[in-house]
Design a protein around this ligand. Structure first.
Ligand code: SF4
Length: 357
């Protein structure tokens, strides 16, 4: 048996039953693919249903305020995906009357639809014969065919796409692409692939040459960046101060409390001697509560977060730099998940009630 026949017959017996499969609804497919980039199926499924409840159609998504879209996305991370989803929905309404275009080339032009997502929507929803290669697909092809190219590099992508197209069943592109993804997710898994009972083991390159742990080739990982965030929670009667993150960095377009970032952790006594702190907050600030450090791990970063709840006389610099809001209003602002967790903590909750007492 050849690769394609083996893959499709395995798929007929083992396909995963996912809520967005077989709906024939391009919006559902698109939504699921955007959510599942960087997110596990188990976590993403709840968000998928939440989005469909709030925004049942592309038009409903396009008409919704960005704030609501971001709020629904809160906790999924990689917030650019949500902004692009909203931007693309507006474009689909403006240029295509609210229906997704039915081909890969047009889908690729929408914000946030890279080669994988555009290929997934084009093949799953419109049965167009184009590759939809995610990490699972790359792994299966690299191992079975013995492809020694890095799939994330442009040259590697070209070769993987060519090989995928050569093997694709042109009558069943949706099944072929979904089968590759499921085969990688269930059978040819990253570590300890189930080779002994694999239907491909008679012609699999990696199995024959014991290269399962070498393929697919990976780029040298970036060094881990360790950052220390010291959040200053200013209390002024019923008010507090926040700012919008505008720099090209994590958490772009989310709100945060005034932040002092350093290369090493600082205690409160060290923090008040920090030059940036002195410029922003002066000397007449007193500490009310310090929260124990929390660590958040991102793909290439490790964040050490400390929250200091303070009060006192604010400087003019501080007033000019930050936005003053009622403390209850913080809950209507989109904040990173670490700040949302802080706000819900026992220490912070009394200072930030959901309703004015
Ligand atoms: S034999 Fe092993 S490495 Fe090859 S496709 Fe099957 S599970 Fe993957």
């Amino acid at each position: 048996m050849d690769f394609t026949t083996t893959l499709l017959s395995w798929y007929e017996a083992h396909a995963r039953h996912l809520p967005w499969r077989g709906t024939g609804n391009p919006y559902h497919v698109w939504l699921s693919e955007v959510i599942l980039q960087q997110t596990r199926v188990a976590q993403g499924t709840a968000y998928y249903f939440r989005f469909l409840e709030y925004f049942p159609t592309i038009r409903a998504l396009a008409d919704a305020p960005l704030d609501l879209v971001m709020k629904c996305w809160q906790g999924l991370g990689y917030y650019t995906r949500a902004r692009n989803l909203h931007k693309a929905a507006k474009l689909v309404v403006a240029e295509y009357g609210g229906e997704l275009p039915n081909n890969y080339e047009a889908l690729r032009k929408l914000p946030g639809l890279g080669p994988y997502a555009a290929g997934a929507v084009a093949s799953f929803a419109f049965n167009e014969a184009v590759p939809a290669l995610d990490g699972n697909g790359y792994r299966v092809l690299a191992r079975v065919l013995g492809i020694f190219e890095i799939p994330t590099k442009p040259a590697g992508q070209r070769i993987f796409r060519e090989r995928c197209l050569e093997l694709m069943d042109r009558q069943r592109p949706a099944d072929f692409n979904q089968a590759l993804i499921d085969f990688g997710a269930l059978q040819c898994v990253p570590s300890s692939p189930r080779c002994a009972e694999c239907p491909m083991n008679s012609f699999c390159y990696a199995y024959a040459h014991a290269k399962q742990h070498v393929l697919p080739l990976k780029e040298t990982p970036n060094a881990l960046r360790v950052r220390y965030f010291h959040y200053i929670i200013l209390l002024e009667n019923n008010y507090t101060y926040i700012e919008l993150r505008r720099t090209k960095d994590i958490w772009h377009s989310l709100y945060q409390f005034p932040l002092i970032e350093t290369d090493a952790p600082l205690t409160w006594d060290e923090l008040v001697k920090n030059t940036q702190f002195k410029t922003l907050f002066g000397k007449r600030i007193t500490l009310r509560e310090a929260v124990a450090e929390k660590v958040q791990k991102l793909t290439h970063q490790e964040l050490h977060l400390r929250f200091f709840i303070v009060e006192g006389k604010l400087t003019a610099t501080c007033r000019a730099q930050y936005e003053r809001i009622e403390r209850v209003a913080i809950h209507a602002h989109q904040v990173p998940i670490s700040i949302a967790k802080f706000l819900a903590s026992e220490v912070a909750a009394p200072y930030f009630p959901t309703q004015m007492q």
